[in-house]
Design a protein around this ligand. Structure first.
Ligand code: FAD
Ligand code: SF4
Ligand code: SF4
Length: 652
């Protein structure tokens, strides 16, 4: 074998603490190495061209690059060696940046460690065999989970691109949080007016199938060919028949049903359509509050429905969809702020969340857009906004910034003045973070045009003064003095967390999530929409905090990824899959049970049970190879021989 080794300087990233020329010199002494060099930037165009030339000029049949993480450039270098005529699996990478130069300062130790890693890579390469990918057909249909603004945008872009879309939304209407907002920063245009037409487009687009009031039950398969079971919860109303006339909810006697759409600022009826612009505009019965279900008698809605749509006997159902890609767009929730006892822990009716305040501001909200106190219906004259309630708070392990609270607090303070010109607002803040286009200008308007008083500092206590107002005690950390304000209403900018059930959905989709439940992108900078599971993409706040423009942009980006993938008629599998040695396999089935991808089937060879790998499904995770008691399963490109060769090289 003739091996070439390239020790990359990565500018000073590696060369700063590793003697790359020395590592190349040592590499030249390893078995089968006929060429070793140390380019400045191997991944750059001249670096790749030099590698191609070296492969041709020195007749190389295997290449090792010692540089950054394989997650960064393995695919790049595989393409390079392929261009020079080698099989792409006759290539190995040693990570001497993240694993060496970035974590140690001692040049001698780093140089030695880098040389050891290169020795291991060369030892493995000498055991490599060319591998060939297989091609398979793609189902050109996409499933989108979550119908907030990010999921809606992704659905519309995919549908416009000619791809059939299945949109699954947990609630009975799409729209997500944006549907609950009154107006939106920085333009202060009406949220319903800009979101409404998009929601209608979803309902009317011939390429979009919407399953509202539904959730993902199970996902199997792989990129290009996922099979997804969708649980359609019982609405107790036949949506084929329901015309959305609303007669049922007018007559329903169960009027004390908590109104989730209005963030529990009011009540609704047990059968209801969440808001007038709902898509689909169909009624749903909340069985927990319906007399027919709770007391066993009522039946009013069934009697009054002119379409005969009410069906108390309806059961949930499961539908299966075959799709090629999945976009997760499940958004966020506000955290449970009642853990903050200093703000009353939920005991004071006029201490409310920012999302509840949006519903009070909204013309379609419980007060028709009149700001009134929940306790007595009085218009507040003094409103105190408290930012960062549950954000950037290490004491409750929530170090992250919720991103959009500074902006929406400024918006809500501006709107308060618009609604109640005689009112006065205060904002307690830690820092003002307004980096978007026209954002800083917007938040300044709150102070300069609307007279909102910003106080830098934390609030230590909120309590009723016994005379109908609340005392807000805090500190102005700029002036270094305590502050006490009498307020009629307090609005908390509550921090965000991942949507309920996000981690369980992530496990079904086999994607990673962080400790707060937000889905992990494949690469923070270079692959912000992809996940580590091929064919599963992310859009919106499910990946991390984002305002509406950023959520829409990521929805479009995810759609672009889907359209790019579907531009091909066939996909290639990664040939780094498991292989069963049928002579060793005793058919115990342990591998079948352990495989998280369902990639192993039972087969019969000459009357004996054996395991068989479905190569297009296998993700090469290696679980079966370590589970098989007979050692009958080997992973191509990471065989026992290859791994042992690396270990032996290190120990020698
Ligand atoms: P979401 O709006 O949360 O939508 C997610 C959707 O997924 C929901 O419909 C949810 O029901 C559904 N879902 C969740 N889990 C599942 C599941 N397992 N299966 C199926 N469906 C599921 N941004 C601005 O740019 N301007 C503003 O003025 C503004 N004001 C705001 C005011 C407040 C008080 C708050 C809290 C936020 C504000 N924002 C504003 C931010 C804005 O709400 C978000 O940027 C936007 O809603 C993100 O959209 P999304 O689609 O990612 O998530
Ligand atoms: Fe109208 Fe019947 Fe639908 Fe209720 S269930 S909205 S009454 S059609
Ligand atoms: Fe309301 Fe009665 Fe219909 Fe239940 S059965 S939703 S209580 S009208």
């Amino acid at each position: 074998m003739r091996v070439g080794v390239f020790i990359c300087h990565c500018g000073s990233n590696i060369a700063g603490t590793v003697d790359c020329a020395r590592v190349a010199e040592i590499a030249g002494t390893f078995p089968d190495v006929v060429y070793a060099t140390d380019p400045m930037y191997t991944c750059a165009e001249p670096g790749q061209a030099a590698m191609e030339t070296a492969i041709r000029e020195h007749g190389l049949d295997g290449v090792v690059v010692a540089s950054c993480s394989p997650r960064m450039h393995e695919a790049t270098f595989r393409r390079t060696v392929e261009r020079a005529g080698l099989n792409r699996y006759m290539f190995e990478m040693a990570n001497i940046r993240e694993h060496v130069s970035w974590i140690g300062k001692n040049q001698e130790a780093n140089t030695n460690k880098a040389a050891e890693l290169v020795k291991m890579a060369v030892a493995k390469l000498r055991n490599n065999r060319p591998l060939t990918a297989k091609t398979f057909d793609i189902t050109k249909k996409v499933l989108i989970v979550g119908g907030g603004v990010a999921g809606i945008q992704a659905a519309l872009d995919c549908a416009e691109g000619g791809v059939p879309v299945v949109l699954v939304e947990r609630e009975s209407t799409i729209g997500g949080k944006m549907a609950k907002l009154d107006k939106t920063f920085p333009t202060v245009d009406c949220s319903a007016c800009i979101l409404g037409p998009k929601m209608v487009d979803v309902a009317q687009h011939p390429n979009i199938t919407l399953y509202a009031y539904s959730e993902i039950e199970e996902v199997s398969g792989y990129v290009g060919n996922f099979s997804v079971k969708v649980r359609r919860r019982a609405t107790y109303v036949d949506w084929e028949k329901c015309t959305g006339c609303g007669v049922c909810s007018e007559k329903c006697p169960s009027k004390k049903t908590p109104d989730a759409f209005n963030e529990f600022t009011g009540t609704t009826t047990a059968i209801n359509i969440p808001f007038p612009q709902a898509i689909p505009k169909k009624a749903v019965i909340d069985a927990r509050h319906c007399r027919q279900f709770v007391r066993g008698k009522c039946g009013v809605c069934a009697k009054v429905c002119p379409s005969g749509a009410v069906d108390y006997a309806m059961r949930e159902s499961i539908v299966t969809e075959e799709v090629g890609c999945i976009i997760a767009a499940t958004g966020y929730e506000l955290m449970d702020w009642t853990i903050y006892r200093e703000y009353g822990g939920g005991a004071y009716p006029d201490v409310i969340t920012s999302l509840q305040y949006e519903r009070l501001l909204s013309a379609s909200g419980p007060t028709g857009g009149h700001i009134t106190r929940p306790s007595d219906g009085r218009e507040p004259q003094t409103v105190v906004f408290i930012q960062c309630v549950g954000s950037r708070d290490n004491s409750i392990d929530r170090p992250h910034c919720s991103g959009f609270c500074c902006m929406y607090t400024a918006k809500q303070a501006i709107l308060t003045k618009d609604h109640l010109p005689l009112s006065h607002s205060y904002v307690f803040y830690m820092d003002i973070r307004t980096p978007g286009k026209m954002y800083d200008e917007f938040s300044r308007r709150a102070v300069e045009e609307y007279g909102v008083e910003y106080i830098r500092g934390r609030v230590s206590a909120v309590y009723p003064d016994g005379l109908g107002q609340y005392v807000v005690m805090g500190a102005d950390t700029l002036l270094g003095e305590p502050v006490e304000i009498r307020a009629d209403m307090i609005v908390l900018a509550v921090g965000i967390e991942a949507a309920k059930g996000a981690s369980s959905l992530a496990e079904k989709l086999r994607i990673s999530y962080d400790k707060y439940g937000f889905f992990m992108e494949s690469h923070v900078k270079l692959k912000p929409v992809e996940t580590n599971t091929a064919g599963v993409f992310l859009a919106g706040v499910c990946q991390g905090t984002k305002d509406i423009p950023a959520s829409v942009a990521q929805g479009s980006a995810a759609a672009a990824k889907v359209l790019a993938l579907f531009a091909r008629d066939k996909l290639e599998n990664d040939p780094q899959t498991a292989q069963v040695d049928v002579r060793r396999c005793v058919g115990c089935g342990k591998c079948i049970r352990c495989c998280p991808f369902g990639a192993i089937a039972e087969t019969e060879v000459r009357g004996e049970k054996k395991a068989q790998i479905i190569e297009t499904v296998c993700q090469g995770c290696g679980l079966c190879t370590s589970t098989c008691p007979q050692g009958a399963v080997q992973l191509s490109h990471s065989t026992d021989n290859q791994i042992l060769a690396e270990v032996n090289a290190l120990c020698r």
